[in-house]
Design a protein around this ligand. Structure first.
Ligand SMILES: Cc1cc2nc3c(=O)[nH]c(=O)nc-3n(C[C@H](O)[C@H](O)[C@H](O)COP(=O)(O)OP(=O)(O)OC[C@H]3O[C@@H](n4cnc5c(N)ncnc54)[C@H](O)[C@@H]3O)c2cc1C
Length: 260
């Protein structure tokens, strides 16, 4: 089973800020972390490897400062890690991001599964996984949890309103993993030492991927952020209901009836 995991490094959720003038996410001077859903994607890939064998390779597009996060993924159990890094890739929207990731996946060669998280914590468009599947021409199972291989098919479960769906696909397939679908493992501390000091990270730039500068980064992006708006959280209506249990029940029944 050859799995690839697309792993985004994003600003820590409580540090996400926007540059009102440039209309971009502020990436300087903030602490980063592995996107939470991508840890679930990595865990799904590692669990399948434990059962069915094979390899897990992590791929991330971002600046050289993301290197430690790829090493962290290796210390969690990934066999290999590739950083896609080039100034030309900067300020990419989902179209350009998915194009670069798909090109890297094609360069890796034959694969069985591509895993993504269901969404990033910063851009959070949820468009990259489906877009990668389209670039690669493979089927997709999105928002999946409980991913299994049965009779050479991938079976994923996904929650829908009022129940769940079971989706089956032949390999190769792209799977986007639901946030919280599993409990990501901790890094193995002996492996961490090796991952930090000896593991040789692969870094590919635009030439390595054979891409045209007009097709990547800002130049290859179709999305323009025209306006940024902060929306205040809706005010919460709260009311304390007091009295005896019978009085409280009566008042609650009135409130429920009035809002029904
Ligand atoms: C207002 C605004 C301004 C922005 N400005 C900038 C900017 O200036 N510079 C900039 O770089 N970005 C910027 N972005 C973010 C950028 O557009 C997206 O983060 C990027 O294209 C990926 O889309 P997403 O985060 O919505 O991914 P989603 O589709 O939500 O991500 C789903 C999954 O796709 C995979 N994935 C996504 N991105 C990557 C990646 N880079 N590497 C590996 N896997 C990945 C992961 O598995 C992830 O869980 C901005 C976003 C917004 C909303």
């Amino acid at each position: 089973m050859k799995s690839l995991v697309c792993m985004k490094v994003a600003p820590k959720v409580d540090q996400i800020k926007f540059d009102e003038v440039k209309k971009t996410i502020v990436r300087e001077g903030v602490e980063n972390e592995i996107n939470e859903a991508d840890k679930n994607a990595l865990e799904a890939a590692l669990s399948l490897k434990e059962t069915h064998g094979g390899t897990v390779t992590v791929i991330s597009m971002g600046p050289p400062s993301f290197e430690p996060y790829l090493r962290l993924a290796v210390s969690m159990g990934a066999d290999d890690a590739i950083l896609l890094s080039d100034r030309a890739f900067a300020a990419a929207d989902t179209f350009a991001t998915s194009r670069v990731l798909a090109q890297a996946i094609k360069k890796v060669g034959l694969f069985d599964l591509v895993f993504c998280g269901e969404a990033s914590s910063d851009g959070s468009t949820e468009q990259v996984p489906s877009s990668i599947a389209e670039w690669l021409g493979v089927p997709q199972i999105t928002y999946a949890n409980n991913i299994k291989i049965e009779d050479s098919k991938v079976v994923g479960r996904r929650v829908i309103t009022g129940g769940y769906e079971i989706i089956e696909s032949q390999l190769p397939v792209l799977v986007s993993v639901e946030l919280g679908a599993n409990t990501p493992r901790f890094p193995d501390f002996r492996r961490k030492r090796w991952a930090d000091k000896e593991f040789k990270l692969t870094v590919w730039n635009i030439q390595d991927l054979g891409l045209n500068p007009n097709d990547v980064g800002l130049l290859g992006s179709y999305t323009i952020v025209k306006e940024l708006k902060s929306l205040p959280a809706p005010a919460r209506k709260g009311e304390f209901v007091t009295g005896s249990p019978q009085e409280i029940a009566k008042k609650l029944a009135q409130v429920i009836k009035a809002s029904a």
